[in-house]
Design a binder for this molecule. Structure first.
Ligand SMILES: [Zn+2]
Ligand SMILES: [Zn+2]
Length: 277
């Protein structure tokens, strides 16, 4: 029996004799199917072809990515707090050097993941570090490898060790959550957002999409809901799901200005004017 991993999205599945027929994560509008058809790998297979890259990002924050890029290409973040470390988002590869490096940073007390695209091998990480996983309850149907280590929380916010808070924003996924880390940047605070709030090429702005690969926007109401969810929290910085994706400062303003710009655009009210139809 094997826990197969989808090569396109990196999701690990429950044990089976042969690879699943389909990957529902990739069949969804918010993902894509591999160009060569559905392909599968295993943790053993990925250990042969990939290694992890572990780099400090700021004091108390470490990035954990894969090299070469695998599947969606996100990197995880380890937030260190005096009450234990939280792994934010996840990658498909976990191997002995990675476990040793994470243990040297204090291990993992809890795992939280923004949305189903980054569930990856979260159950392997959870078992290795004996760390519970916190997901929003509405995403329960996307659990491709069910496990008792997962706590499905309900409501709008959920506290984690070290003063961290999970905030349900919705948007890209109805249970899309972001992590508020108050101690970032000399206590000015940061949001770790995956792609629930997506830092864009212009680092003064973010975006909010239903599907990033297929460029399907959200409604104005959904964008307003995301902004309202994070409004009560102090933050100056945003870390997205990739190494280079972030808003280094003034992130609160970036979220508000980006939402205004986005809603104006989808409602045809851009200040420079859109062609009338
Ligand atoms: Zn997939
Ligand atoms: Zn996504």
């Amino acid at each position: 029996m094997t826990n197969f991993i989808c090569s396109t999205c990196g999701t690990q599945y429950g044990e089976s004799e042969s690879p699943p027929q389909r990957c529902p994560v990739c069949d969804d509008d918010r993902q894509w199917g591999g160009r060569g058809g559905q392909q599968w790998t295993t943790l053993g297979g990925s250990r042969e072809s990939y290694h992890t890259v572990i780099k400090p990002v700021e004091p108390g924050l470490t990035g954990i990515g894969m090299h070469p890029d695998f599947a969606i290409g996100q990197r995880a973040l380890l937030v260190q707090t005096p009450e234990g470390n939280v792994l934010w988002d996840c990658i498909a590869l976990i191997d002995d050097p990675t476990v040793a490096a994470v243990r040297a940073l204090g291990g993992i007390s809890a795992i939280a993941i923004s949305h189903p695209h980054y569930y990856a091998t979260m159950v392997e990480w959870s078992h290795e570090f004996d760390a519970p996983i916190y997901l929003h309850a509405v995403e329960r149907p996307w659990m491709m490898r069910p496990d008792p280590a997962v706590t499905f929380w309900e409501g709008e916010t959920h506290s984690l060790p070290g003063g961290l808070t999970l905030i349900r924003c919705g948007g890209h996924f109805p249970g899309g959550q972001v992590l508020h880390w108050p101690d970032s940047v000399e206590r000015r605070g940061a949001l770790l957002t995956g792609d629930i709030i997506m830092p864009v090429s212009d680092r003064r702005y973010v975006s909010f999409m239903y599907s990033y690969p297929n460029l399907i926007p959200l409604s104005a109401a959904a964008v307003r809901r995301v902004v309202a969810a994070v409004e009560p929290y102090a933050y100056d910085r945003i870390y997205g799901a990739w190494w280079e994706r972030g808003v280094p400062c003034d992130a609160r303003h970036a979220v508000e200005a980006s939402a205004q710009r986005y809603i104006a655009a989808i409602e045809g009210r851009h200040p420079d004017g859109y062609p009338e139809r």
